[in-house]
Design a protein. Structure first.
Length: 367
């Protein structure tokens, strides 16, 4: 007997693949006094020019360079794809073994790996004027278009499950038994007010053959290493650093210049560079909430072409986004953010050099 695999495990792969920054002997990236254009404490040296700043931020920032090594995104897209497919096949073979031991047949599904793509392949380009002119922030009209459907006929570029035909032939009770063997008993998320780590652990422990296979393959993965108690301090330090980065005074000053530009252009009352997008998002949520049951869904989904409120906000979204883009460009917001981030990350790496070196060493040892 065979069963469709309802659980698709995806490996966390960063879509942004950047070249590595300069590394010292222990593999931890970061500036030293001997490196041109940088200072040992992470601040720009007095002799640094605008060109050297631009060259610095064009490379992977110090912390991102290390995280690329941790998550395996410091290799080619082809190698990342190979690793992703290898892990997916390992999981599928383990699922089949587990299902067989439970008395069920299961055909490993080779289509669960997903695809690694470069950042440049994304249709999301909010700093491109032509793109903004067409989509604004990409809220009302999505650059991703309609949701793609994947027929299960095994044809090229489609997601095909070799177990689906048999699953569809099962009775309700048989199908329920197979799904429980595969994915564990159903969990009532509606009965939980707050999802705690303990509840997630309970779900993972009762996630059937798919969960067991995932745990086996992920046992030596970077995510497993990062989740260990040994590296909890550096993981928390990274989380805190990244969460609070844009709350630093130098970022607030940059946002203030952007907000002044937006106010002069007729958009007052904004504070941070994401506030303009946030206003449109809030209004759009209100529109969709009011559509609800009042819309005749037989005629398709509401769009700016057939729903006046969406047309109005779509036009306003584009106008706001173009003004936003112009103000970002006038204060050099993106490049200055990149420079500030680079300097802050350089200091973070210097402050946590030993912990980061130990993390990279553990990743390398587990291979």
């Amino acid at each position: 007997m065979k069963l469709r695999n309802k659980v698709i495990s995806l490996v966390g792969i960063s879509a942004l693949v950047l070249p590595l920054a300069a590394c010292n002997g222990n593999g931890v990236a970061g500036g030293t006094n001997s490196e041109p254009g940088t200072a040992g404490n992470g601040a720009a040296s007095s002799g640094e020019t605008a060109n050297s700043n631009a060259n610095a931020v064009a490379n992977a920032s110090p912390l991102q360079a290390i995280l690329n090594q941790v998550w395996g995104t410091d290799v080619s897209l082809e190698e990342q794809q190979r690793r992703l497919e290898e892990q997916a096949l390992q999981k599928e073979e383990l699922i089949a073994k587990c299902m067989n031991e439970a008395g069920f047949e299961y055909i490993p599904n080779p289509n669960t790996a997903g695809h690694v793509t470069a950042a440049g392949d994304s249709p999301w380009r909010p700093d491109d004027r032509d793109w903004v002119t067409q989509y604004g922030y990409g809220l009302t009209v999505s650059p991703f278009g309609e949701t793609t459907t994947y027929p299960e006929d095994g044809s090229s570029d489609t997601w095909f499950d070799p177990n689906s035909e048999f699953v569809n032939s099962l009775s309700d009770s048989e199908r329920e038994a197979y799904y429980e063997a595969l994915s564990g008993p159903p969990f009532d998320f509606g009965s939980v007010d707050v999802m705690t780590d303990e509840i997630w652990a309970q779900i993972n422990e009762n996630s059937g053959c798919a969960g067991w296979a995932r745990q086996q393959v992920d046992a030596n993965s970077p995510s497993s290493i990062m989740a260990s108690d040994e590296f909890l301090p550096i993981r928390n330090a990274i989380d805190e650093f990244q969460s609070n980065l844009e709350n630093r005074p130098e970022f607030a000053e940059l946002d203030h210049k952007w907000a002044e530009c937006m106010a002069d252009a007729g958009h007052p009352g904004l504070n941070r560079n994401w506030d303009a997008r946030g206003q449109i998002s809030t209004e759009l949520e209100s529109i969709w909430a009011n559509i609800g049951a009042n819309w005749d869904w037989d005629q398709g989904a509401p769009t700016p072409a057939n729903y006046p409120a969406l047309a109005e906000i779509a036009n306003r979204e584009v106008e706001t986004a173009l003004t936003d883009l112009g103000c970002r460009e006038s204060v050099h917001l993106r490049s200055r953010q990149a420079e500030l981030t680079y300097a802050a990350e350089q200091q973070f790496v210097a402050d946590h050099r030993a912990e980061l070196a130990a993390l990279l060493s553990a990743i390398e040892q587990r291979g």
